[in-house]
Design a protein around this ligand. Structure first.
Ligand SMILES: [Zn+2]
Ligand SMILES: [Zn+2]
Length: 291
């Protein structure tokens, strides 16, 4: 890039299109962390809250952990080892390296130690792998954060993921689900913790830039089970729209926040008869999968 930073005299490393600004490394980092802080400011979340950050080792969770470590004072990490052979070993390796670099305590939940592995569950249940994986991860992360007295669980969905999931939610007619498209969801049920999505206002492209210019390692391999062809198509289409109209995704996710406030219906939850955690049915999705 032959341009100069819009804020100083240094060479620019990135053009942030929606802002129409060139940034050098230092100012891009400032912008990136600022977008994460924005979520905390929007919901007036103090930086000393006890936060559990979920790290898989992939680009989103790794960049999230780096950004949070810059201003959160009470941070611990949690990693779920799904038992997917070499892929899981590499994910754990990267996560350990990241936590060591950042000086944050890492907690590892090994699915194997509670008697399961993802490949094993997939053999038993004829479900889409990503769906099973999502249920297992959501359940174990919440359980861990709750049982260890964390106030907030941080997960790394980026702006592109959030927009794609919203389209999928509308497509599947699960409109109540739109209630949850927010950067922060306060604790609203027993045996849960509040949820924060620090990357809500950051795009995949910006996340990749952040990792590249800072030389931060992350797992580049895709999960061997990922096969969500339709979701990938939605994401590709959204990227085309973003190129055509820079700022499109940002407007889209900002509207989702407003839309989520309009969904007024209460989702009635019960306690799972097997484990006692919140569930829409008598037995929760996790207990149904592992039984
Ligand atoms: Zn600069
Ligand atoms: Zn249960």
């Amino acid at each position: 890039m032959n341009e100069k930073c819009s804020k100083c005299e240094k060479e620019a490393v990135k053009f942030v299109e929606w802002k129409k600004k060139y940034y050098c490394k230092e100012h891009f980092n400032q912008y990136f962390i600022g977008q994460v802080r924005k979520v905390f400011d929007m919901y007036k979340i103090p930086s000393d809250k006890k936060i559990c950050v979920a790290i898989s080792g992939g680009k989103d969770s790794v960049s999230m952990a780096y950004a949070l470590s810059k201003f959160c004072k009470n941070l611990e990490a949690v990693h779920i080892d799904l038992g997917i052979g070499e892929y899981s070993r590499k994910s754990l390796g990267i996560t350990e390296e990241i936590c060591k670099n950042l000086g944050i305590k890492l907690n590892v939940i090994k699915l194997k130690e509670i008697g399961y592995t993802l490949p094993g569950l997939l053999q038993k249940k004829k479900m889409i792998p990503c769906k099973i994986c999502g249920i297992v991860k959501r359940y174990l992360l919440n359980k861990f954060a709750y049982e260890n007295n964390f106030e907030i669980l941080a997960t790394g969905q980026n702006m592109n993921d959030i927009a794609m999931h919203a389209i999928n939610t509308i497509y599947s007619s699960y409109l109540i689900g739109l209630k949850n498209f927010k950067p922060f969801l306060p604790k609203d049920k027993e045996k849960t913790v509040a949820l924060i999505r620090p990357l809500f206002f950051l795009s995949e492209d910006e996340i990749e830039t952040f990792l590249r210019i800072n030389g931060i390692p992350y797992l580049k391999e895709k999960c061997p089970y990922s096969e969500e062809a339709f979701s990938t198509k939605i994401k590709e289409t959204l990227s085309i729209l973003e190129k055509e109209k820079p700022g499109f995704l940002r407007k889209f996710v900002s509207s989702l926040i407003k839309l989520s406030d309009l969904v007024k219906i209460d989702i009635k939850t019960k306690s799972c008869k097997k484990c006692g955690f919140p569930s829409l049915n008598d037995v929760c999705s996790f207990c149904k999968i592992v039984k």
